[in-house]
Design a protein around this ligand. Structure first.
Ligand SMILES: [Zn+2]
Ligand SMILES: [Zn+2]
Length: 242
């Protein structure tokens, strides 16, 4: 973390010397902004209609609330999972650079997107006792050098004054989920998470945090562990939906 702070100081100093440029296209932007106005418009919010449970957007006209076919046929343990942006184009690129390109400063932009999820009807005005990041397996975290969900949870906690604690741990090193279908993902994730020793979530209203929601299987599996340990409710928020 000390190395990270030094880097931030360096960044702050650099921004005084160089005018701010858009992270995506290199065009001019305002101080404190990561994207220029043009690239900003390419970051697309998820708007209704979408699945009440997993935020899967639905193309077409549906009025009122609905649950997608995916959620209707499975047991889901979270109360709702809210994704703010569509994980395409600019959003996909920024999150990718943040996670895999070691551009840790981009967490501020991703956290801003994540905060937008809190403004959703399903979360607005709701109270939470604890923010919990989705954990990475220790091996993966060593490879990457950080857990993106933890960094986001930290920023969100500072902003909302909700306590944050990494009460979950990942005990199975799962291969990348990208190429798997839903049934395979569920199998791959089964018993992948556990409550940390001495962690107590009994009676708590939990807000689970991750960068991207794909099928919701990871969030559901985390929610299952948290609820089994006595959490009253588990809502999930992510910056984007793949
Ligand atoms: Zn731009
Ligand atoms: Zn759904």
């Amino acid at each position: 973390m000390i190395a990270l702070r030094k880097f931030e100081l360096f960044e702050a100093a650099a921004s005084l010397l160089y005018p701010p440029v858009c992270t995506v296209c290199g065009g001019n932007t305002r101080v404190g902004e990561y994207l220029c106005a043009r690239c900003e418009t390419k970051a697309l919010r998820i708007v209704a209609p979408f699945c009440q449970q997993c935020s899967e957007p639905f193309e077409g006209a549906i009025t009122g609330t609905f649950t997608c076919a995916n959620c209707a046929h499975r047991t889901i343990y979270f109360d709702a999972a809210i994704a703010a942006y569509r994980g395409r184009g600019v959003v996909r690129q920024i999150i990718h650079d943040f996670k895999y390109g070691r551009q840790i400063h981009l967490r501020h932009l991703v956290a801003r997107w994540l905060c937008a999820a809190l403004d959703d009807d399903r979360l607005r005005g709701r109270e939470f006792d604890l923010i919990v990041p989705v954990p990475l397996h220790p091996t993966r975290q060593r490879e990457r050098g950080f857990n993106q969900a933890s960094l986001l949870a930290e920023l969100l906690s500072a902003r909302t004054a909700i306590r944050r604690k990494p009460v979950l741990k990942r005990i199975r090193y799962t291969t990348t989920q990208t190429a798997l279908d839903r049934a395979e993902r569920m199998e791959n994730l089964h018993n992948a998470f556990r409550l940390r020793k001495n962690a107590n979530v009994r009676g708590l209203r939990v807000l689970l945090i991750d960068d991207v929601l794909t099928t919701g299987s990871t969030l559901s599996e985390c929610a299952r562990v948290l609820k089994r340990a006595g959490a009253t409710s588990v809502h999930a928020a992510t910056a984007a939906r793949a």
